[in-house]
Design a protein around this ligand. Structure first.
Ligand code: CTP
Ligand code: MG
Length: 277
């Protein structure tokens, strides 16, 4: 019998994790695609992929990278080899254990386009999909497990969230005489108890995610620019979106300050992934 781990299509129902990593990282301002920015002696994308692998819930990991980026293609190939090597070294691996199929696709012009490109490359029998931002490179395994557990318990859509610590106000640009005083005027204060900051991985049944993105594919450029996550597209369908506890270390590495925080988390005594928050 063949004891080597295989990388063929699994036969049963498939859970896929889409990792969107095709952004350019303008706000980080590093001069290279954010996915390949150094973090903790490796890169942002490699940390994100190791987190997905460590969670152990995916039969397929589908990664959207900037079109034609040979560095990131190489990085994904190295990750695939690392998965196979890791499993081969795991003595207690039962016969037939499969490593996740790793698929790499060209991302699109915006995040939703990248998700759609990845969805088009998912395996037959895909039932559940978690969509994860590579930029949330340090998301702990426990968050993947909470999202997957809610899907397993019957949710069609589930997002990880954390409480908002700041008071959040709505504003509008000042007009008339007000312009000389300040650029914006406060229009209201949202009650903080009911607010949550939203993270990834966000989990969906594949059927619902497909429907949500088919609807969004019809958006004009202005509407498309307002789409910042997948759950908001599901909300537009009227499908309930459930929320589980996220983690503070799932921060989205967006600005140079975030990168410093992420480096600090990795240097912590236990390593970022083991700190619950
Ligand atoms: N993303 C993507 N395809 C795009 C745009 C974004 O796959 N066309 C991904 C990013 O790679 C990231 C996630 O979506 O993992 C969240 O996007 P964001 O944090 O905004 O990353 P960037 O778009 O790279 O950053 P910026 O907006 O500062 O350019
Ligand atoms: Mg962006």
């Amino acid at each position: 019998m063949d004891t080597a781990p295989t990388n063929s299509s699994p036969a049963g129902p498939v859970t896929a994790v889409i990792v969107v990593a095709a952004g350019s990282g303008q706000r980080l301002g590093y001069g290279v695609a954010k996915a390949k920015v150094p973090l903790g002696g490796d890169t942002i994308l490699m940390h994100a992929l190791r987190g997905v692998a460590a969670a152990g819930i995916a039969q397929q990991i589908c990664i959207a990278i900037p079109p034609g980026d040979a560095d990131l293609q190489g990085l994904c190939a190295a990750f695939t080899r690392e998965l196979a090597d890791g499993l081969a070294r795991t003595a207690e691996s039962p016969y037939g254990v499969q490593i996740p199929v790793v698929t790499v696709v060209d991302g699109g012009a915006n995040r939703a386009d990248s998700v759609r490109a990845a969805m088009a490359a998912l395996l037959p029998h895909t039932e559940a999909v978690l969509v994860h931002d590579a930029a949330r490179a340090l998301a702990p395994e426990a968050v993947f497990h909470r999202v997957a557990a809610a899907l397993g318990a019957g949710a069609s859509a589930v997002i990880p969230v954390i409480p908002v610590v700041d008071t959040v106000k709505t504003v509008e640009p000042t007009t008339g005489d007000g312009v000389a005083v300040a650029p914006e005027l406060v229009t209201g204060t949202a009650p903080r108890e009911g607010l949550r900051a939203v993270q990834t991985p966000q989990g969906f049944t594949f059927a619902i995610l497909k429907r949500a993105h088919e609807a969004a594919a019809e958006f004009d450029a202005d509407q498309a620019a307002l789409v910042t996550d997948d759950a908001m597209l599901v909300e537009l369908l009227g499908v309930p979106v459930h929320a589980v506890r996220g983690a503070s270390q799932s921060l989205k590495i967006t600005t140079p300050l975030d990168l410093i925080l992420a480096e600090g988390l990795l240097e912590g005594p236990l390593g970022a992934r083991w700190v619950e928050g």
